[in-house]
Unconditional design. Structure first.
Length: 635
């Protein structure tokens, strides 16, 4: 066989094949030869040596959704966030962040392991409430509850340290030009003179009662704000038992399970002890002698400069070091063990209390076993119904026929929105997956069976769809009339203010214009921009006075029912001696604002340097959505 291949390799046919292969590589660039390119998970974000795959992006975005739900106090679906473009905003921010971190690590900003360990040991949740010392067991439990591994936590701390370290260096090196502070101080201390008067609604006139034609036109103009969302009527097929129906559990089943799990249900022997680890055997022997001499384990450890580790009512299986477990449970009574070679150093174990094993009794664990058996039976019953439902559907049964055949239940929810709220505003108590699934169907469509987690399964049928629509005029007449009148009043007020300002711009004296409409002329000199002045004069007057050049006319909104029309008469710059100290006081704040802007630019530049990029389509697929959003219907 080998000789045959060798002969073929020397033939003219092999040379011809090599030529064809070379030509194909020149034409395609070799891209078609990467047969493994599409295998494995695709990255949503790629930034240098960092990346985020679809599973991680989904998990991270679920945490974002959970935080938003907690802030808003209502359920929020993935589709809700995608509709608001939150997924793209989050994707862009994470891409820039990972790109900057990849660049910073490559540039040499790398915190040591001891720095990260020190930060971890400063978190109160990782400390024992009894001893006040770092507790490895509490550390592991807290990470498990947060669904994090130690590596992930250390990476988060390392990334946070890199960002803070870079920001501190950036702030320390940034120097704000003095002219920045001088400009702001000059503006703050500048004084202006002006004259103005208030234009009220009574001067402009008021709108009358709108006609139905005017309200209808106004309703159509504001359709985006007033249009009702799409509502759907759903039939939710539930495969669990109805509330109050429980699976029967016999006494024989309980006894059989008890006998099977008797050893696991029993409490093993537990001991309370303290472990003191020394670097060498001689020091460990000295600590053991000190404890036997009457010192407490804590005092003996402190005298030797060592750290004691307490274990309260701990079973042998919970002690990970076999040598320490043997020493702690090898003593027949409370006392002190001889030094033993542990994984790290030599350990002395001081046992202070022994709790004997407690065999389980049937009566003591009966209720727990009943609940366990009942839960298993209910899950089996649900799964059996699901299988028989799918078999019936595949055989051509309708939804109602399949439901009746397997004993499932149908819950009807009328006029519910995509966010799970009914037309009346009530929140439907159903998993978010129900509504995500329902909005992927057309009218009359039936979904496959969906696993909602925790042993819950459902299918959904869309019975009716009410498209988005404007409410009837009579239903919103009162609020619509109020809004229309307010809009027309604002229009009349703006027109009157513009008319009076136009007369002043045409050369008429501002005092004469104010007198013509019965308004009081207000004259102020030496006005400065500060909160006290704004409270006394109003935002409209202050904005107009400081928003114009000398001799120019202004017309500004003063409130919902008034405008101010006036003229800026004079502008006086402050004395340099007054500007200098103010400029120096505000320089640090200006520097901080400047540094924040530089930080944003640095993050973007770092991402660009490592060519950080993301794939929105892959992100949508990770969230269970089509790669491309549905095209908007043609108008």
């Amino acid at each position: 066989m080998i000789s045959m291949f060798r002969n073929f390799a020397k033939s003219k046919w092999a040379m011809g094949l090599l030529v064809l292969l070379a030509l194909s590589l020149l034409i395609t660039g070799g891209t078609q030869m990467d047969v493994f390119a599409n295998l494995g998970p695709r990255n949503v974000i790629s930034a240098g040596d960092r990346s985020v795959d679809q599973a991680q992006f989904r998990a991270d975005f679920e945490r974002v959704r959970g935080n938003i739900e907690q802030q808003q106090g209502r359920p929020v679906t993935i589709q809700n966030l995608v509709d608001e473009n939150v997924h793209v905003q989050y994707l862009e921010s994470q891409t820039q962040r990972l790109g900057f971190l990849a660049w910073a690590w490559k540039a040499g900003i790398r915190p040591g392991q001891e720095v990260i360990a020190k930060q971890i040991r400063q978190i109160p949740a990782f400390f024992s409430e009894i001893t006040g010392k770092f507790d490895e067991e509490r550390y592991a439990q807290a990470l498990a509850q947060a669904n994090l591994t130690p590596e992930q936590l250390e990476r988060e701390f390392r990334d946070e340290y890199i960002q803070r370290h870079y920001a501190a260096a950036l702030f320390a090196g940034a120097r704000t030009p003095r002219i920045y502070g001088a400009l702001i101080a000059t503006q703050a201390l500048e004084q202006r003179d002006g004259r103005w008067f208030r234009v009220t609604q009574d001067m402009a006139g008021r709108a009358g009662t709108p006609t139905d034609a005017q309200l209808t036109a106004f309703l159509n103009e504001n359709g985006d704000q007033l249009r009702r969302p799409e509502l759907r009527t759903l039939s939710i097929i539930v495969f669990g038992n109805a509330p109050g129906q429980e699976v029967e559990v016999t006494d024989a089943q309980v006894r059989e399970r008890f006998e099977f799990r008797k050893d696991a249900l029993s409490l093993p022997e537990r001991r309370t002890f303290t472990v003191i680890t020394a670097p060498n055997q001689q020091q460990a022997q000295s600590v053991a002698q000190a404890i036997r001499g009457g010192q407490s384990p804590e005092a003996a450890a402190q005298a030797a400069g060592l750290q004691p580790t307490p274990f309260a009512e701990t079973p042998r299986a919970a002690v990970t070091d076999a040598a320490i477990a043997g020493a702690a449970f090898g003593l027949a009574a409370p006392g002190v063990s001889n030094p033993v070679q542990a994984r790290v150093g030599f350990a002395v174990v001081a046992v202070s209390a022994i709790l004997p094993a407690e065999p389980a009794t049937l009566e003591g664990v009966r209720e727990a076993i009943v609940q366990e058996l009942r839960g298993e039976a209910e899950r089996k019953l649900v799964f059996d119904r699901v299988q028989r439902f799918e078999t019936a559907r595949n055989a051509g049964r309708t939804v109602d026929q399949a439901v009746a055949e397997v004993g499932a239940r149908v819950l009807t929810v009328a006029d519910v929105g995509r966010d799970g709220r009914t037309a009346a505003g009530a929140q439907v108590n159903a998993p978010p997956q129900v509504f995500e699934t329902a909005w992927s169907l057309s009218q009359g469509g039936v979904s496959d069976v969906v696993d909602a987690g925790n042993g819950q399964y459902f299918a959904v049928r869309v019975d009716a769809i009410k498209p988005p629509s404007l409410p009837p005029l009579d239903e919103v007449r009162e609020n619509l009339t109020r809004a229309w009148v307010q809009r027309e009043n604002n229009r009349l007020l703006r027109a009157k203010a513009d008319e009076l300002a136009g007369r002043v711009r045409a050369g008429e004296n501002v005092a004469a214009v104010a007198q013509s409409v019965g308004a009081e002329l207000i004259v102020r000199t030496g006005v400065q921009q500060d909160e006290e002045t704004q409270t006394a004069l109003g935002a409209g007057a202050l904005n107009g006075l400081f928003g114009q050049a000398k001799g120019q006319v202004f017309a500004e909104v003063d409130s919902e029912t008034a405008f101010v029309v006036g003229v800026t008469d004079a502008i006086r710059a402050p004395a340099p001696a007054l500007v200098a100290p103010v400029a120096e006081r505000i320089r640090p704040r200006v520097g901080q604002d400047l540094t924040n802007g530089l930080g944003d630019l640095a993050i973007a530049a770092g991402g660009a340097r490592v060519k950080a990029e993301n794939d929105v389509g892959t992100a949508r697929e990770a969230l269970g959505l089509p790669r491309e959003p549905a095209a908007a219907p043609a108008k």
